[in-house]
Design a binder for this molecule. Structure first.
Ligand code: ADP
Ligand code: ADP
Ligand code: MG
Length: 678
């Protein structure tokens, strides 16, 4: 076994690899960029080496520097994590040339599987079934169009070098093919430096089911069963689970054996994933086709760890150091059911626009254990409270992994884990994930990649906490704070009646009015307090109803609220005048408006259209003088590895474009000016 390894990555995966290394008494070296100087992964390792600027090309992709760091610190091997250099065969070759072990497959296997088109040709030879399509070298647009017409629509155009859900276009009819091809090629050249594409039949109601494989240097192979990753947005995984619901033992075995055949065909070593697209025929029959092989540890590997009770990073280290596979196929068993949710800094209600900002509150569920598996609830996180999510890297901040005796138990645990995830400071998909996991389709395991669009009505713009409860939570929080201040004042021996607004009036009812903003609307709440013998009696009048209000602080810092017949345990965090309210059923925000400070306040700055984050202008869909209608696309911005469309907020006229395609823009930069229609 190695004495020391360098982890050429950041975030949760760097922390996760470091944890296993520590358990195995292997020392770790972190690498970091400017943005990550104080990052969690740096603290998680024994030593750390600075690489350079925040952009990946200036740090995490500088492989000469990384190899130099490994040699200088005496590391014997490099773990690349996922993303970054993990599937870079040149890097794997350079490691070997420098006398370092690349903890991953041989460079030749990475190369063979690196391009989707070439790997498909290879798999065809190895007898692995492919989606009907064209994956040839000739890229003549007319030929590609003819191939698409022959396959029959809908088809999927895929960048051969693509990954991360990028560089894919679904085309519904021949007429739309040329435009989709051009847009796909543009994204491919920008993101992957290679615009070769392949064309596939677009499988209807498909499931994404992938097989975890492992090989060792002695030529042994096993499959560690499957993961269902059908719940996706923009072809990116949102939830993953193992085992895949509703498949037969025979189907599992066929897929497993096909995956091992794929690995064997490229002399694979280490952890890899063979992704299949599964067609569900109306009669219930299923067919699987090879999609691609990811030659690295996958984001969703923890669900496999949960159901097998194994540590895949430990296996990677053992295999890379020359040991045989710890277990053979017959010794591998599935135990229970596991689900993973990817927590991302993004706004699902705004087309999943990535969000940046500081994690002012970062409350996560606690790890718990379950029978023989290490965890019933596992949290893999790359950040801490107070850390900043920057625009430089992936928007995934953490993963929640739950394990149960069966799917229903895992689902219940996931809902509890998501309810206990309290993040304030930037938009996240936590509530969206709750809606997905509790949707009818997901609950019934009616899985396919169209689940999110199908359930959209139940997933987006959902408000599970009503005005009355949000108001009650805000007021209870405020009153308790006032009581604390008053108690402190008393303790210091001064009586400040203004700090005791709630209690100083000793007889008769007192009435206080609060102005609030909830979901973009103003409301007035009236709180009546009746002081008599014993506890004061309170009544809250809001949104046309009046109900008795009671509250108490719990030992854990939460609030127990009684509002009429309703009882709720809530957690409130305030930032300025915004209160973030988390309940068992959902989360919301409510703003306490200081009527004087906000007089004349206006949010309607419609003339300015600004970049929501730093990025590059791809194109403008309009020119100065164009009349546009609300929601019409105006410009396309490439940021955080995705293209974002900037749409008109109102009807109006474009006054001026302030940048040209290709220009880099900063966060908040004005892209164009428009005048609202009168
Ligand atoms: P998985 O199936 O493991 O989710 P993905 O292809 O989605 O695989 O990507 C794995 C990780 O690598 C993700 O965190 C993703 O953001 C990152 N990644 C994918 N493509 C790129 C890329 N081109 N540049 C940087 N990171 C990438
Ligand atoms: P990436 O390298 O970006 O992960 P994949 O080839 O693995 O690209 O495809 C990503 C996702 O796109 C799949 O998980 C699936 O949801 C969808 N997809 C890919 N190929 C097809 C297809 N032929 N028909 C329907 N959906 C597909
Ligand atoms: Mg894939």
């Amino acid at each position: 076994m190695f004495n020391k390894i360098l982890i050429a990555n950041r975030g949760e995966i760097a922390c996760r690899v470091a944890a296993t290394a520590r358990r195995m008494a292997v020392k770790t070296v972190a690498v970091y960029s400017d943005a990550d100087a104080n990052a969690k992964h740096v603290a998680a390792c024994d030593e750390a080496v600075y690489l350079g600027g925040s952009a990946p090309k200036d740090s995490y992709l500088r492989w000469e520097k990384i190899i130099e760091a490994a040699l200088r610190t005496g590391a014997q091997a490099i773990h690349p994590g996922y993303g970054f250099l993990s599937e870079n065969d040149e890097f794997a070759t350079a490691c070997a040339a420098a006398g370092l072990v690349f903890i991953g497959p041989p460079a030749s296997a990475i190369q063979a599987m690196g391009l989707k088109a070439e790997s498909k040709q290879l798999m065809e030879k190895a007898g692995v079934r492919l989606v009907p399509g064209y994956h040839g070298a000739d890229q003549d647009p007319a030929l590609l169009q003819a191939q698409a017409d022959a396959i029959g629509y809908p088809v999927l155009i895929k960048a051969s070098a693509g990954g991360g859900g990028k560089g894919m276009r679904v085309v519904d009819a021949s007429a739309g093919f040329a435009a989709a091809l051009a847009s796909c090629k543009r994204e491919a050249i920008n993101s992957f430096g290679d615009d070769a594409v392949l064309i596939e039949k677009y499988v209807q109601r498909p499931r994404h089911i992938e097989i975890q494989v492992f090989g060792d240097t002695q030529g042994n192979y096993v499959y560690l069963f499957e993961r269902d990753c059908s719940v996706q947005r923009r072809h990116q995984k949102v939830l993953e689970e193992a085992p895949a619901p509703g498949i037969t033992e025979a189907f599992r075995q066929q897929m497993g054996e096909a995956a091992v055949a794929a690995a064997r065909a490229v002399n694979y070593v280490g952890a890899g994933t063979v992704e299949f697209i599964v067609e569900q025929q109306p009669d219930g029959a299923m067919q699987f086709y090879f999609m691609e092989m990811n030659t690295r540890l996958q984001v969703e590997h923890p669900v496999t760890e949960a159901i097998t009770g194994l540590d895949l990073v430990e296996w990677q280290l053992r295999v890379a150091s020359g040991e045989p596979l710890p277990l053979q196929q017959h010794a591998l068993k599935i135990q229970g059911h596991a689900i993973e949710a990817r927590i991302c800094a993004e706004n699902p209600d705004n087309n999943f626009l990535p969000a940046t900002g500081t994690l002012q509150v970062y409350g996560l569920p606690v790890h718990t254990t379950f029978e023989r598996a290490p965890h019933a609830t596992r949290v893999d996180s790359g950040v801490r409270q107070g850390d900043t999510i920057s625009p430089f890297y992936d928007s995934m901040v953490a993963k929640l992994i739950v394990h149960g005796a069966n799917r229903a138990e895992a689902l219940a645990r996931m809902d509890a884990a998501l309810a206990a995830t309290h993040i304030v400071g930037l938009a996240t998909n936590v509530q969206f994930l709750r809606h997905v996991t509790t949707s009818a389709s997901f609950a019934q395991a009616d899985l396919d990649t169209g689940l999110i669009p199908r359930e959209a009505a139940a997933l987006f713009h959902q408000e599970k906490v009503g005005l009355a409860l949000a108001t009650a939570a805000l007021l209870a929080h405020t009153l308790l704070q006032e009581q604390t201040l008053a108690a402190q004042a008393d303790a210091r021996g001064w009586i400040d009646p203004w700090a005791r607004r709630d209690g100083w009036k000793s007889h008769g009812p007192s009435v206080r009015a609060f102005t609030l903003e909830f979901q973009g609307e103003r409301h007035t709440a009236l709180l009546t307090t009746l002081h008599g013998a014993g506890e004061p009696q309170r009544q809250l009048q809001i949104g046309g109803t009046t109900e008795a209000l009671g509250y108490a602080a719990t030992a854990e810092g939460a609030l127990d609220i009684r509002l009429g017949a309703q009882r709720a345990r809530v957690q409130v965090y305030t930032k300025g005048d915004v209160a973030h309210v988390f309940t068992a059923g959902g989360a919301t925000q409510i703003v306490a408006i200081d009527a004087l400070a906000h007089a004349g306040d206006t949010h309607s700055d419609v003339g300015r259209l600004t970049a929501p984050m730093p990025g590059k202008v791809v194109s403008f869909a309009v020119k100065a003088g164009d009349k546009v209608t609300k929601g019409q696309p105006l410009a396309v911005l490439d940021a955080m590895k995705m293209e974002h469309t900037i749409a008109a907020p109102v009807d109006g006229t474009v006054a001026e474009l302030l940048f040209a395609p290709g220009d880099q823009v900063t966060d908040g930069a004005e892209l164009l000016r428009m005048e609202a229609a009168a």
